[in-house]
Write a protein that binds this ligand. Structure first.
Ligand code: AMP
Length: 488
């Protein structure tokens, strides 16, 4: 039995001299060099006693070595569990107790404080040094993958956990491979591409969408530690594709140095993880002549839909279902309802949470995404918001996005977030939090002119910036907490 994921992503590049990654300091790694590191990393896993099905937690800054550890897990059947470097000690303690890893790779500071239990701890720094790197020095670099079935687990990715405990989404080899194949196909990624990679690699976007498609197509990465606008502008002239969260594109637009010329040779800009404003899409088009391609996905399913490569990229929508993936909206045609997804990309369930899994994943394979959406007549899907962000005021449903779209068009409003907070009469009252320097009377007038009374915000607040997480998502739960007394 072979190892289809490894055979598709890693094996074809063995001894290939082509470029795999360029680092910010100009250092490069060819595919052959990268795969030698994967081989050594796999031997370190063997020496540490890891067996298929064991978990490895990786909590380090971005480096080629970190990617090699991911690939080594793929080769060895070890379940890869990446963690956000921003997690605090109590959060990390929870993930360790939940995932019970046999091996932890972290930065040297965390290694001193972490309560690892029985796990082996190795260190790895942003520059690829530390005890893991030392162990690799003495290891051979030959690489024979273990057999894996499509249904075997490749990774757990912890969901952001905005309600309750973070859950480990169990992703199989087949989940990752089918999704990478669909994306390489619809986005026409080839060996000739160079992807500007500024995303974190502990999340599905930067790890699976970006790295798996790169490995499958055999193209090159410009591997930046984080999104720094000057660094991105410096490297963009050598890239052909970029993947980002919407914030990356608004930050680029805020720079006069970002011009039509800077983007002239680019083939494709892709956005996802949070909604891309229609206004951002329009400004990006005016500035560069490029139309950003927006897609939709999540930790549990990988990518579900994408605007087309050829054909209309419709602003405000997340496009059409990917080949092999079914999407349905649980409402009458054209109406708003819960989005459900089925296909080879849909995860196997939440680690050690059979009840949660049964709630969200039906026996016939439909996953309840928690997102509300709507199909238009041409089959393009629009995300209206998270189910739990829906505001119910006096018995009426208010979809925050509809209100935000109106507010965002008011001069002085950079962007807005509409939330529901407790209200003595209506159950919930509509509150708008505005970023920018808007005149509140103008905002109220625009709302009254465009929206039914019950949808108009009853209170307005202005802030310098909306709170966002690293993936660019507006933190509505945090806003609800901040403004919970707005009507008391
Ligand atoms: P995560 O599991 O962290 O990747 O978050 C997934 C969630 O991000 C989805 O359930 C959506 O709510 C949101 N999301 C992802 N892509 C988009 C998009 N293009 N537009 C709007 N929301 C998105």
């Amino acid at each position: 039995m072979p190892n289809p994921l490894f055979d598709a992503l890693i094996a074809p590049h063995n001894s290939k001299a082509e470029l795999f990654a360029t680092l910010p300091d100009g250092k490069t790694a060819s595919y052959a060099e990268f795969i030698a590191v994967v081989g050594r990393a796999a031997h370190v896993l063997d020496q540490a006693g890891l067996k298929p099905g064991d978990r490895l937690i990786l909590r380090v800054e971005k480096s080629v070595e970190a990617v090699a550890i991911y690939a080594a897990c793929m080769a060895r059947g070890v379940i890869f569990v990446p963690l956000n470097t921003a997690y605090t000690a109590p959060e990390v303690a929870y993930f360790l107790s939940d995932a019970t890893p046999r091996l932890i790779v972290c930065d040297p500071i965390a290694a001193e404080t972490i309560d690892a239990g029985d796990a082996v701890v190795f260190t790895l720094t942003a520059t690829g040094e530390g005890s893991f790197a030392e162990a690799m020095q003495d290891a051979p670099d030959d690489l024979i993958p273990m057999d894996r079935a499509p249904d075997d687990l490749a990774a757990f990715l912890y969901t952001s956990g905005t309600t309750g405990r973070s859950k480990g989404a169990m992703l199989t080899h087949e989940n990752l491979l089918s999704n990478a194949r669909a994306l390489v196909d619809v986005w026409r990624i080839t060996e000739a591409d160079t992807l500007l990679h500024a995303l974190p690699i502990f999340h599905a976007h930067g790890l699976f969408v970006a790295i798996n498609t790169t490995l499958l197509a055999g193209c090159a990465l410009i591997f930046l530690p984080k999104f720094d606008v000057s660094e991105v502008l410096r490297h963009l002239p050598r890239a052909t594709t970029m993947m980002g969260v919407p914030t990356y594109y608004t930050r680029l637009l805020a720079e006069d140095r970002f011009t039509r010329e800077t983007a002239a040779h680019m083939r494709l800009f892709i956005s996802g993880s949070a909604p891309l404003l229609t206004e951002t899409q329009a400004r990006f088009g005016d500035r560069t002549g490029h139309r950003i391609l927006e897609r939709y996905g999540m930790t549990e399913t990988g990518m579900n839909s994408s605007n087309p490569y050829e054909g209309e990229r419709r602003a405000g929508t997340v496009g059409l279902p990917l080949p092999g993936t079914e999407i349905r909206v649980m409402a009458d045609p054209g109406k708003i309802g819960m989005i459900e997804v089925r296909g080879p990309n849909v995860f196997k369930g939440y680690w050690q949470m059979p009840d949660k899994t049964a709630e969200e994943l039906s026996k016939d394979g439909w996953f309840t995404t928690g997102d509300l959406g709507q199909f238009d007549a041409d089959g393009y899907l629009t995300i209206v918001g998270r189910d739990k962000d829906l505001v119910i005021t006096g018995g009426y449903n208010v979809y925050p996005k509809e209100v935000e779209d109106v507010l965002d068009r008011v001069p002085g409003v950079v962007e807005s977030a509409v939330i529901g907070v407790p209200h003595p009469d209506f159950g919930e009252g509509v509150v708008a939090v505005l970023a920018g320097e808007p005149d509140h009377d103008t905002v109220r007038a625009a709302a009254r002119q465009n929206l039914a009374d019950y949808k108009c915000p009853k209170r307005l607040f202005t802030v310098a910036e909306l709170p966002r997480n690293t993936m660019g998502k507006v933190q509505k739960a945090a806003l609800r907490e901040t403004y919970k007394d707005a009507f008391s």
